[in-house]
Design a protein around this ligand. Structure first.
Ligand code: ASC
Length: 630
């Protein structure tokens, strides 16, 4: 490994990333676009002129190579491949300040990594609040013939991809500015205007019949108009100005999503959520759903009427088209997606499941109502049911507790720091340094790149009462870019401990996402985790492997992972404003091995400095400037 690579590395550097193999090559222009995802035109971050970004479909083991051209004139960007473990390619993880420098405006960067395992994934921006601006899309990894997914034989109809998100009319710069205002001027982003399915929604109206249930969410709730908007469609000029084009124009950017299915078959729905904030619930009128995959891992199948899904999670569910069309059920059914966990102010999103023998285009029924937002018990019972598939090689059990090297307890608190509302982990509210951690370790610049004087705290003081706000606990947070350093191969438990927020008797659920890994979810509980009592009860027999897990209000969650992936990995709440407010941590793994990596200059520098041979030859010391004339 080069010692001071910028000055002495041999030129030119080999192409970064994994070796040869079948590859998926793509070139993306990322740019601002005017788009009307919910029939209202706004500025978004699009890829190749569209929103959402293109779906990537790869085979497991294939190399994915995406050249990203940053055509945003005024901001950097990175793309994170959510769920890809990036073994050996930590610089391709796409986290600004952690795995790479943000790609400068006008510059390009090629991500190159192995789609390491089959499953349902997605990609998204990971710089500032760029994901919320629309920079995301689906990433599907198909199994090879040899590794065949265990549930592959259980569906004969095909696959449907359902990417869920929430959408705000206020742009992300305004959202971020509001979050950063001081003291009583703090502006929370509030609830989204629209839930999107595959990037489409209908602001302020329902495709189906409106009921009192919908009026309870938005008292002005109405059914989207069909006739008037259809007339607008015929006026091509107006239709091209998309924002004037209603949902029923086929050309419209907010046209309802319709999944055409054959009767008498079983389909696999790949469902992923990249919401800014909302926890969602999805159900399909008249059909049950059998959960078979979570975050790319096979789970013991179980059948439910609806699923909860948090930001950062993905599931595959099997659905059988077992209805015979009747007068009342003509063969078109509502897919309904509503908000859970926070008092909803957003109407549920709807899409249509339409049998090919359906007598009607549209369901005539009322879209099914979302389960009560505050029925946390119901959410828990769904989440607790998720277990690893029995007797399956892809669902490896965790090493037993005896092998454990380290336990990190992470208390999350919402607290004031310097007049700002922030989130903190053990009193450290994460700020990100200008120098990516991966480069700081690779070039041995820890001391100057970030605060390396001490580690991020391993726990919180005894006697902290998690059912009281941090203020009443006399607990004061600070900003820091400190990290957790993990030696290669350490077996690590993380206890996520939720607590009271600044407002007494309030606590919210948080979906935590770990980069570079899947982890085993060993257990959940209410109140404060008590190692003496709870550790022995953790599930080490069939815990599910996941990359995202929820910690429930005033509860705890324990996860375990093996720190065997050399790199710098983010671990954070997947709620976009919460990460922005400091709710995250960084693990530096295999510290003793980082310098052996082949970190490409492209990830740590910008422009031609990264590739031009000239700058790589040792610089000739400049003669000292002449002394100024007396
Ligand atoms: O971080 C948050 O801030 C608000 C609220 O606590 C203050 O307005 C909220 O719901 C969050 O999750």
């Amino acid at each position: 490994a080069p010692a001071t690579a910028a000055a002495s590395a041999p030129a030119p550097a080999p192409a970064p990333g994994p070796g040869p193999g079948p590859a998926k090559n793509m070139t993306w222009d990322v740019e601002y676009i005017l788009w009307a995802p919910d029939c209202q035109q706004r500025v978004m971050v699009g890829i190749n002129g569209r929103f959402p970004g293109p779906t990537i479909t790869a085979r497991a083991g294939e190399v994915v190579r995406v050249t990203v051209n940053n055509k945003l004139q005024t901001e950097g960007l990175v793309v994170h491949w959510h769920g890809m473990r990036q073994v050996g390619t930590p610089w391709a993880d796409g986290t600004a300040s952690i795995s790479q420098c943000a790609i400068s405006p006008g510059d390009s960067f090629t991500y190159e990594f192995v789609a390491d395992k089959p499953g349902t994934f997605f990609y998204h921006g990971h710089f500032g609040m760029q994901r919320a601006a629309g920079l995301y899309g689906s990433l599907i990894v198909e199994a090879t013939a040899e590794q065949d997914e265990p549930y592959r034989k259980d569906y004969d109809g095909g696959e449907l991809s359902v990417l869920l998100s929430d959408w705000y009319h206020e742009n992300v710069y305004a959202q971020a500015a509001g979050l950063e205002r001081k003291d009583k001027h703090f502006e929370w982003i509030g609830e989204p205007q629209t839930i999107l399915i595959n990037g489409r929604g209908q602001y302020d109206c329902m495709l189906g019949k409106v009921t009192n249930y919908h009026r309870g969410i938005d008292r002005y709730a109405k059914t989207c108009v069909r006739g008037k908007e259809a007339k607008l469609c015929r006026d091509e000029e107006r239709c091209l100005r998309r924002s004037e084009c209603g949902p029923y124009c086929p050309e419209s950017q907010c046209a309802p999503v319709v999944f055409d299915v054959e009767p008498g078959k079983t389909y696999r729905l790949r469902i992923a959520s990249t919401t800014t904030l909302s926890a969602l619930n999805l159900q399909i009128e008249g059909h049950s759903l059998t959960v078979v995959e979570a975050d790319g891992n096979p789970v013991e199948p179980f059948t439910v009427k609806d699923i909860d899904i948090y930001s950062g999670e993905s599931y595959s569910v099997l659905l059988t088209t077992n209805h015979t069309p009747t007068f009342y059920r003509p063969g078109a059914f509502w897919i309904s997606v509503g908000v859970r966990g926070r008092h909803p102010k957003t109407l549920p999103a709807t899409a249509v499941l339409r049998y090919t023998n359906s007598r009607f285009q549209w369901p005539g029924s009322v879209p099914p109502a979302t389960p009560a937002w505050d029925d946390i018990q119901r959410s828990k019972s769904f989440t607790y049911r998720i277990k690893a598939l029995k007797n399956n090689a892809a669902a490896t059990p965790p090493p037993k507790s005896a092998a454990l090297n380290r336990t990190i307890v992470m208390l999350n608190t919402q607290t004031m720091v310097g007049g700002h509302v922030r989130w903190a982990i053990n009193n450290v509210s994460l700020t990100l340094p200008a120098t990516p951690y991966l480069g700081a370790y690779f070039y041995s610049l820890q001391g100057s790149a970030f605060d390396a004087k001490g580690e991020a705290p391993n726990g919180f003081p005894d006697g902290y009462n998690v059912s009281m706000p941090p203020g009443k606990n006399g607990y004061k947070a600070r900003l820091s870019d400190r990290v957790y350093e993990l030696p290669h191969g350490a077996l690590v438990d993380v206890v996520l401990q939720n607590a009271d927020m600044m407002r007494e008797n309030t606590s919210e659920s948080h979906p935590w996402h770990l980069h570079g890994h899947d982890f085993w979810v060993l257990g959940y509980g209410d109140g404060q985790y008590d190692a003496g009592k709870d550790f022995g009860k953790l599930n080490t027999d069939d815990p599910p492997l996941r990359n995202t897990v929820v910690v429930f209000p005033h509860g705890w969650t324990v996860l375990r992972f093996m720190a065997d992936n050399t790199g710098a990995w983010a671990f954070h709440c997947h709620i976009e404003p919460h990460l922005h407010m400091g709710m995250g941590a960084v693990f530096i793994e295999g510290i003793e091995k980082i310098r052996e990596l082949d970190v490409p200059r492209e990830a740590m520098m910008c422009g031609v400095i990264r590739t031009a041979a000239a700058v790589l030859t040792p610089a000739t010391p400049r003669s000292p400037a002449p002394a100024p004339a007396p």
